[in-house]
Design a protein. Structure first.
Length: 400
């Protein structure tokens, strides 16, 4: 019983890492003098938008049209679509919509990160200040590029846009995803930034400075290239700023069957990155102790729904076996941060009461996510990247 209690306390301690990091951030902000912001840059940055696409004829046209319609000087940005091992009309649709299309055929090295690395060798990177990576099932808000530009010297940093849900009202699953997205991008990541920490990269809407790409290169090739890129840049001391005002809307899986491989890939990819880069992060001389702690908290976090499931199972086990109360207390304490951010994300939804109704689906979703988390074990390592199935856009009246 003693060994089991110690084990559960260690698990609770890992689950508490994000809470500890946020507490340190709040404490640092409480005793820090207000910072002075430099404001918008004197000259707008030149932006290269890369859209990796594998058989995306259904949605890539809308993506390109939203980019071209952006409120940003047309001469200061270019759009490239990477038609990666496509067997449909993706390339033709992209060109018709107004993008430059790079066609790649490499069946031995398929996948989004490989396509990005290849494309970066084909484009005139020296002509731009930063590269923005967008998923082909996305559309950007009209002010997206202007919001990115407001972050100043983009060439020497990375920034992450607000990755919102396009089809928010389509199902309980998409409503829950929208709450999580708002909680992260409007509350959790800005807190990190104010405390001098890096925001995670979430793949869609991430912007990487040209100088960073020239000096660091593209080295993220795992099935979760965004988490790997976050860990690599953080290890090397490259700042990653969140930009909540730069909104990109993407299609979220609206059924459990559709989202199964996606959730497995996220879980397996994060664990793979943790195994490979935890030690280099901890040993890095370019970042401080708080940044190391926060990076480890991000990479070990199982996600809010899986976290809830783990806590329920372990608290039940502790109560049944009569383990010391401290075990249950620590596990419950680890949920407080998740609950606070969930409430915050819920409050900013356009229809919070209807969104609350989606939480009736949570018991089923928790059980399903626990099962998919276990199934993710088979995807650990360099497993092939699997695209989430697409469907026709369902309008949810995205915010402008």
């Amino acid at each position: 019983m003693i060994l089991l209690s110690i084990l559960l306390v260690l698990v609770a301690a890992i689950l508490l890492l994000p809470t500890i990091s946020d507490t340190l951030s709040i404490a640092r902000l409480a005793f820090r003098s207000p910072s002075v912001h430099s404001g918008a840059p004197a000259t707008l940055p030149r932006l290269l938008l890369l859209v990796p696409a594998h058989n995306e004829e259904l949605l890539v046209g809308d993506c390109i049209k939203s980019i071209i319609a952006a409120r940003y000087p047309r001469q200061l940005f270019s759009t490239y679509v990477i038609a990666d091992n496509c067997t449909d009309a993706t390339a033709g649709v992209a060109r018709t919509a107004g993008a430059v299309c790079l066609e790649r055929y490499d069946l031995e090295q398929p996948g989004k990160p490989q396509a990005i690395a290849w494309a970066l060798q084909q484009v005139p990177l020296a002509d731009y200040d930063a590269v923005v990576i967008l998923d082909a099932d996305s559309v950007i808000a009209p002010g997206f590029l202007t919001a990115l530009a407001s972050k100043g010297q983009l060439t020497y940093k990375a920034v992450q846009a607000y990755y919102d849900v396009y089809n928010r009202t389509q199902s309980a699953l998409t409503r829950l995803a929208a709450v999580l997205s708002a909680a992260n991008h409007l509350f959790a990541y800005p807190l990190k930034h104010k405390a001098g920490l890096n925001a995670p990269l979430v793949g869609n809407g991430m912007c990487i400075g040209a100088h960073v790409l020239r000096t660091q290169g593209w080295r993220a090739f795992s099935i979760c290239e965004d988490w790997e890129q976050y860990a690599l840049l953080t290890e090397h001391g490259v700042p990653i700023d969140p930009v909540p005002s730069a909104v990109v809307y993407a299609q979220e899986a609206h059924t459990l069957a559709q989202s199964s491989t996606q959730r497995q890939r996220w879980t397996a990819g994060r664990l793979t990155v943790l195994a490979r880069l935890a030690l280099p992060l901890v040993r890095s001389h370019r970042i401080g102790l708080h940044q190391k702690l926060d990076a480890m908290a991000e990479l070990t976090a199982p996600g809010p729904v899986v976290h809830l499931g783990i806590a329920i199972v372990l608290i039940s086990l502790a109560l049944v076996l009569g383990l010391p109360p401290v075990v249950s207390v620590l596990l419950l304490a680890s949920l407080l941060r998740t609950m606070a951010y969930t409430v915050a994300g819920l409050c900013v939804q356009p229809d919070p009461w209807r969104t609350i109704g989606a939480f009736g689906f949570l018991p089923v979703y928790v059980l399903w996510r626990m099962i998919t988390a276990l199934a993710a074990i088979k995807m650990l390592g360099n497993k092939p990247w699997i695209r989430t199935p697409r469907h026709q856009h369902v309008t949810s009246n995205p915010r402008p």
